[in-house]
Structures are given as structure tokens and as C-alpha cells.
Design a binder for this molecule. Structure first.
Ligand SMILES: *Cc1c(COP(=O)(O)O)cnc(C)c1O
Length: 383
């Protein structure tokens, strides 16, 4: 049999496991073993794997119509845009196929709106995707350096530092782009009030606020959007990951006055907002409401954070909001922990050498959280 490494580019450090099926928070591999999934892809399968409602929506739509050009209407896209607009106080939507594409759209829209103002201020260690524009916004020099020159006009300031942001907000700034909680940086939760400060500073400077909720959005932190915790509304909002239940979809939303800066032909996507991912996303939004997943994320997150704090090695830091949690180990070894968990059939995600990230399906039960915790306790004891 062909080895995957022989025929795919070496961009991923893969674990040697092949998954065949999933149900809720559980996955099954090619040997028939069951795994507890505390990653949900990476914050993608928020309603669980193969939720019957999402599966039915995909199947029905796939049998009805899979694609027409965005030069025509389809009902699933129109309904989804309406739902997202309702959830965001009347924003207008552009659909792409990934988080990075939502960010690309946000950058282009901000510059279109800003006219002569072109600068985008982003945050150090922030993550916004791997395409060149999104990479220019990403504040991680090690990810950027091999691919320079990147698009110009990006400035980075420390996260959670309103003073530094204020100094960067000169008359050339079109927008500030920021994660509500930095995900890839290791689940960094800013101080209370920070987002509100950022909102006020943008208002004072006449700059737009772009909040990247690709990871934090859609109930993950206990609210539909993490910005709701602080009542700091963005001008532009980026969504992705959980949106279409595992099908590729990203969305860039904006206040109508901003969104209407775009003109016909300014932006586009062949597949964006296609009927099948749109139907899946509508089902995902239904499940979030019907199963009370905002509340579930809040209470499950509290249980998991408490449990982790009780069993983590001394000197560890547990942080997060809802079911987006990072555990920083005092002496590193995150990958060894993830590997030991995998051996015990639990999936967790290591970020860098020090942080274990937990972003499980939001449908996870208390019992399943406790099962995960008991395996982690065993792993911490063994290491
Ligand atoms: C994952 C992620 C992205 C990139 O999304 P892709 O779908 O991988 O392009 C951008 N921003 C944040 C905050 C993310 O977590």
C-alpha cells in the first residue's frame, strides 16, 4: 500500500492512527478501537461527529443540488446568510471555504473601506491563517520568515496591551485584527476589559475592529461569539472551523456600512457558500440552539477546568473560557503528554512544547469529561 508520506507534502506531523468513523465525541480507528476526542478536529466538530441532523442535511442537499455559480441564488445560502445576520445584529456576509479566506476577505474589505488608510494592526503571537495575507496578519515570525516577502502594511503590537495598541493607531490604520482569545498561541485569554478598550481605541482612531472568531465563535466559549462576554462588537467578524460541522466553510461578516464598501467584482469565490456546506451550517446552528450548546460549553468548560486544575502537575496554568482550554505545563513535554493520551485512546492537542489544548465537541457529557480527566490523571502520574 502507498505510504501517505510518499505522496503528500510533508506539512503535517501526523500521529500513526487512521480513523474510519465518528459519533458524538467518539472516533473509531481502523483496528476498531474507540477514542475520546477532546479536540473535535481543532474546534471544528462542535456538535459532535456525524450529528444525525447535520448528516441528514448534507445528504438531502447533496441529493438535491451540490453546486451552482454565485451568479445565481440558492436557498441554503440565503437562509444561512439571514441566520448569521440575525445573530450578529444585522451584519452582511461573504462566504468562503476556510478561516484564512474569511480573514483575506476581512483585510480586503478593511482596505476598500479605508481607502487611503491601508495599515492593518495585528497582535504578536496572533494566528489568522496560512495564506499570504492572513500570514502577514499572523504575529509569528517563525511561520512568516520562510515565505517573505509578505504583503506590506501590517504592524504587530503585543496582545493584551491597550497602551501599545494606542501608540500604533496612527492616521494610516484601516483596521485592527484580533482574536478574542488567542488560540494557536496557546489559549491566551486577555485581561477583562481588554476587548472593550480595543473597541474604544478603534473608535477614537477611526479604525475598524476585525475580530477573528474562527476558533472562539459559535458557542465554543459559552456565548455565540466570545466578544459578547465583553459587549465589544466588531465591525468585521471572521468565522470558520465549526461553522459547517466539518465541511469547508468560512464567513466574513461586516456592518452594512462597511460591507457596502465592496463593489461588484472586488471579491469572489467559486465554491463559497455552496448549497451543501450552507445546509450543513444551518443544521449546526439549529443543533446549537436545540441542544443548548452555549450553556453546555459554559458548564462543561467549568468542570473540565476544575478537573484539570486538580490533577495537573504542580506549577501548571489552566486557562480558557467555556470549552476552549489550555493547560500550560511548567516543564514542557506537551507532545509526550499528547502521545501518552493517544496510547490510552484520548485525543488532545499539543501546541508548542508547553501547552495542551482542549477544544472538545460541545455535546460532551459530564461523564465523558470525567473519563478524559481520569486518563489524563493516569498520564500525569506516569510522566
Ligand atoms: C484556524 C484558524 C484560522 C485559519 O483557518 P483555516 O480554516 O485553517 O484557514 C484563522 N484564525 C484563527 C483564530 C484560527 O483558529
Amino acid at each position: 500500500m502507498t505510504q501517505l508520506d510518499d505522496v503528500t507534502m510533508p506539512t503535517y506531523k501526523r500521529w500513526p492512527v487512521e480513523f474510519l468513523s465518528g459519533e458524538g465525541v467518539w472516533l473509531r480507528d481502523s483496528s476498531g478501537d474507540r477514542y475520546l476526542d477532546l479536540m473535535a478536529g481543532i474546534a471544528v466538530a462542535s456538535v459532535g461527529h456525524c450529528h444525525p441532523k447535520v448528516t441528514a442535511a448534507i445528504s438531502y442537499q447533496a441529493a438535491s443540488l451540490v453546486h451552482v455559480s454565485n451568479l445565481y441564488l440558492t436557498r441554503p445560502q440565503a437562509e444561512l446568510a439571514g441566520r448569521l445576520s440575525n445573530m450578529t445584529g444585522g451584519m452582511k456576509v461573504f462566504f468562503g471555504n476556510s478561516g484564512a479566506e474569511a480573514v483575506e476577505c476581512a483585510i480586503k474589505l478593511a482596505r476598500r473601506w479605508g481607502d487611503a488608510k491601508r495599515t492593518i494592526v495585528a497582535t504578536e503571537k496572533g494566528f489568522h491563517g496560512r495564506t499570504l495575507g492572513a500570514l502577514a496578519a499572523t504575529g509569528q515570525p517563525d511561520k512568516q520568515a520562510p515565505f517573505e516577502p509578505l504583503p506590506l502594511g501590517f504592524v504587530h503590537v503585543p496582545f493584551d496591551d491597550p497602551g501599545a495598541l494606542e501608540r500604533a493607531l496612527d492616521g494610516t490604520v484601516a483596521a485592527v485584527i484580533i482574536e478574542a482569545i488567542q488560540g494557536e498561541a496557546g489559549v491566551i485569554v486577555p485581561s477583562p476589559g481588554y476587548l472593550k478598550d480595543v473597541r474604544a481605541l478603534c473608535d477614537d482612531a477611526g479604525a475598524l475592529l476585525i475580530i477573528d472568531e474562527i476558533q472562539t465563535g459559535l458557542a465554543r466559549t459559552g456565548r455565540h461569539f466570545a466578544y459578547e462576554h465583553e459587549g465589544a462588537r466588531p465591525d468585521i467578524l471572521c468565522l470558520g472551523k465549526a461553522l459547517a460541522g466539518g465541511l469547508p466553510m468560512g464567513a466574513c461578516l461586516a456592518r452594512p456600512e462597511v460591507a457596502d464598501s465592496f463593489q461588484v467584482g472586488d471579491h469572489g469565490s467559486t465554491f463559497g457558500g455552496g448549497p451543501v456546506p450552507s445546509a450543513a451550517a444551518l443544521a449546526v446552528l439549529d443543533v446549537i440552539e436545540e441542544e443548548g450548546l452555549c450553556d453546555r460549553a459554559a458548564s462543561g468548560g467549568e468542570r473540565l477546568m476544575k478537573g484539570l486544575s486538580a490533577i495537573a502537575p504542580e506549577g501548571s496554568v489552566v486557562r480558557g473560557k467555556g470549552l476552549m482550554i489550555g493547560l500550560e505545563l511548567p516543564d514542557g513535554g506537551a507532545r509526550a503528554v499528547a502521545g501518552a493520551c493517544l496510547e490510552r485512546k484520548v485525543l488532545v492537542n499539543d501546541i508548542g512544547d508547553r501547552v495542551i489544548r482542549f477544544v472538545p465537541p460541545l455535546v460532551i457529557s459530564d461523564e465523558e469529561i470525567d473519563q478524559g480527566l481520569s486518563v489524563l490523571e493516569e498520564v500525569f502520574d506516569a510522566i
